[in-house]
Structures are given as C-alpha cells and as structure tokens.
Design a protein around this ligand. Structure first.
Ligand SMILES: Cc1ncc(COP(=O)(O)O)c(C=O)c1O
Length: 412
C-alpha cells in the first residue's frame, strides 16, 4: 500500500513552518526525529488529568499512571519481540543503555586482561563507556576496522577474537556512514565462541522491523526520540538470564527489595535496573510513538525512505567535488558528505538560512573523522515525512551555496 506522505506530515505539525522566511526542510531525523502529535497529546493529558508517581502510590492517579507505564513495557516488548517483559529496562536513552551494560556487565563478567571488541564506526556512546569500564577492570579494547567505502571488515573478526574476548559492542546502523552492519553474522560468530553481543540500535530501531529473538542479540539499546517519541526516554533490552546475573547499575528507590545498614537485597527484574523515579510522562507518551509505528506499514516506510536516500545520493553525485562517505551497498537513510574546498560548517550555515536543517561537524564519531582525515562532515538523514520535492529544493540550495562559497564548479 502506498503511503500518503502529506497525510503523515499532518501528524508532525512542526514541519509545516517557515524558518528565516523559507519553508523548513527537516533533514536531521538521525539526530532526533520530530515528535508525533499523539505523543504530545498524551503528555498533556497525563499531566493535566492523572499524573502521579508510579509503583508507590496508594491513590487513583498513581495507580492509573503505573498501569499505563507498565503497559508501555508490554508494547515495547511486543514491538521488538522480546520473550519476557522483564527484559525491557527503561533508561534515559541509548547512551544510558550502553553505559548500563558497560558498567554492570563489566563489573560482573570482565576481569584484568579480558578483551572487548568495538568497531571503528561506533558513536561515542558506544566507545567511551567501554573505555571507562576497561580502565576500571584493566581490560583491553580491540577494534574492527571499516574500509574506505564504509563496509565493516567483519572477516577480520576471526583474528580479533581470543579466549579472553568477553563482549562485542556494535552499531546496527552507523550514524555517520549509514552502513547497515551484519549483526546477525557477528552475533552467530560471537556466540559460537561464548562471547556476548551488545547491539547499538539507536539508528536501526525505526529503520527495520526489529526482532531481538531472531537477531539473538544479548543486549539491544535504543532511544525514544529517534522514534517520534519524547527525548529523555530509552530502552535497554537484555536477555533475562544475563540481566539476572549482572550487578545493578545505580542504587536508590525502586531497585531494592529490603534495605538494612548491614546488607541490602535487590529487586527483581526489570526494577533492579530502574533506580529512582523515571521519566513517567515520557515513558507513557513513548507508548503513543510505539503505537504510531505499529500502525505504520513498516515495509512501505522503509522502502520510501530508501528511495528518498537513493534519489538524493544520485543527485549529490552529479555535483562536482562531492565526496560521499559510506558508499557500500548496505545503506540506510543517512548520507554524509563534503564538498571539496569548502568547510562543512560554512555550507551548513548557508543551508540553514535557506531553511534546511541538517547536521554538520564530527557527528559524535571522531574515529570515523580520523579514518578519512577530515575535521567534519555534512549529514542529511531522511524520514517518512520527507518528500522528493524537499530533496530537489535542497539540491538547488546546495548548488547555490557552493557557488556562493566559490568551491568546486558544478556539473549542470
Ligand atoms: C548510532 C548511535 N548510537 C548512540 C546514539 C546516542 O543516542 P542518545 O543520544 O539518544 O542516547 C546515537 C545518537 O545519535 C546514535 O546515532
């Protein structure tokens, strides 16, 4: 069934506006997608009608909020096809999920000299927590490289894995190169050596129909704000038998069973990993984002986003001096590029004044910038609410900006 993009855009009223007097072209959904109207309405309804703290109240509003909060856990469980609701831990975002695993898995399973494998294309959120853990536990970090076309060199994994390897942490989709990494292959190989795998799902959770059981990931971390939901909310999926064996990440209310000065016992899953009052409003409103995505024809959405990406990529390639990073065939809806002789920041500033919201800079991925020896890149990312007409306008504006800045000549 074809998607009605204009109807979809009505669910995101923020898109229908002008910035600096120009129609907004929002090409920055990989950083944060816009929020669907039903999410905002739910937040308002909760706060105006029945807000209360969850799991601890003895009154109508607390009970209603608790029931809705826990119902979202069930929706998320079904959305990613987890086996048990206890495997869904609410966090404040993908970053916190990765920190949680690095800390709790590290403290429970990683000892001096043990090894962790990351990839060269990770977001900082899937590098720095592991470095912090490696310093504490005196562990060693190894890295799977990527080739210049952006392909992860998975064939090198065999030579990186040793009897000391405990976990591999890998992005399902790179936020800079847009590459879709072969996580199933990596997980199967890791498991054949008894190694666990954390998948950073920040960019993939909305780009694919995720089935964590089929993927067989041990952990999968993602953020609500990249799925039309509120920011400040995320989910860490973890296999129950692993989470059970891991020490808690933070201490406080909710995560305990009995507290005595002599000894405290911890709550059962998932609460063991949810210390303190969570973002109640955010989680409940996130349920509406999940509902929206459930009602969407996922295949049609993915295929539409892919066709927008291919179209933009083809148009960009016609511009003389363009350098596209990540040209390997397994691509998602992110394109990072530079124009020879022009600073990415100057282009971004001019495009912004033309109404185009895109990302420029180091994209939270310093190792990728170092790989190509650049100070930064421009990145456009597409979502189902973008249109081909917006791509056309963007290309026109980009060509004008290049002319203004006197960079490479354009092939007309
Ligand atoms: C691949 C990837 N991992 C992790 C993150 C961090 O997500 P958050 O800032 O929502 O915690 C991002 C955000 O852009 C990302 O793209």
């Amino acid at each position: 069934m074809a998607l009605d993009i204009l109807k979809i855009r009505k669910d995101f009223p923020i898109l229908d506006q002008k910035v600096y007097g120009k129609p907004l072209i929002y090409f920055d959904s990989a950083a944060s997608a816009q929020k669907v109207l039903s999410v905002l309405k739910k937040e308002e309804q909760l706060v105006l009608e029945y807000y209360g703290n969850i799991h601890r109240g003895a009154h109508y509003m607390a009970d209603k909020a608790t029931a809705e909060f826990e119902a979202v856990r069930d929706s998320v469980k079904n959305f990613i096809n987890a086996r048990f609701r206890e495997e869904i831990i609410f966090t404040k975002g993908a970053t916190e999920g990765m920190n949680l695993v690095a800390f709790s898995f590290g403290e429970s399973f990683i000892n001096e000299g043990d090894e962790i494998i990351l990839t060269e294309m990770e977001h900082h959120a899937n590098i720095v927590p592991w470095q912090m853990m490696a310093m504490r536990r005196k562990a060693v970090i190894k890295v799977i490289p990527f080739s210049d076309d952006g392909r992860l060199e998975v064939e090198k994994l065999d030579s990186l894995i040793t009897s000391k390897t405990k976990i591999i942490a890998v992005a399902h989709i790179s936020n800079t190169l847009g590459m879709v990494n072969p996580v199933k292959e990596i997980i199967a190989k890791a498991h054949s050596h008894g190694i666990k795998v954390l998948v950073d799902g920040a960019q993939s959770v909305k780009h694919f129909k995720i089935d964590v059981q089929d993927m067989d990931a041990d952990f999968y971390s993602f953020s609500s704000h990249k799925m039309y939901g509120p920011n400040g909310v995320g989910v860490l999926y973890g296999k129950r038998e692993l989470l059970d064996k891991m020490v808690p990440y933070q201490g406080g209310g909710e995560m305990i069973s009995v507290v005595k000065f002599e000894k405290t016992t911890y709550n059962s899953l998932p609460y063991k990993f949810e210390a303190g009052t969570p973002d109640i409003t955010g989680v409940i409103a996130f349920g509406e984002a999940v509902r929206y995505l459930n009602e969407m024809d996922t295949d049609a959405m993915i295929s539409y986003e892919n066709s927008l990406t291919c179209y933009c990529m083809d148009e960009l390639k016609k511009i003389k001096g363009v350098i596209i990073y990540g040209t390997w065939k397994d691509h998602s809806s992110v394109i990072s590029f530079n124009i020879k002789g022009i600073h990415h920041y100057d282009l971004a500033m001019i495009l912004d004044k033309g109404g185009v919201a895109l990302r420029s800079g180091r994209l939270c991925a310093d190792p990728v910038m170092d790989h190509y020896g650049v100070s930064g890149m421009l990145r456009v990312s597409f979502d189902v609410y973008n249109t081909f007409a917006e791509v056309d306008s963007f290309i026109v504006l980009l060509k004008k900006a290049i002319k203004m800045l006197g960079g490479a000549k354009i092939n007309e």
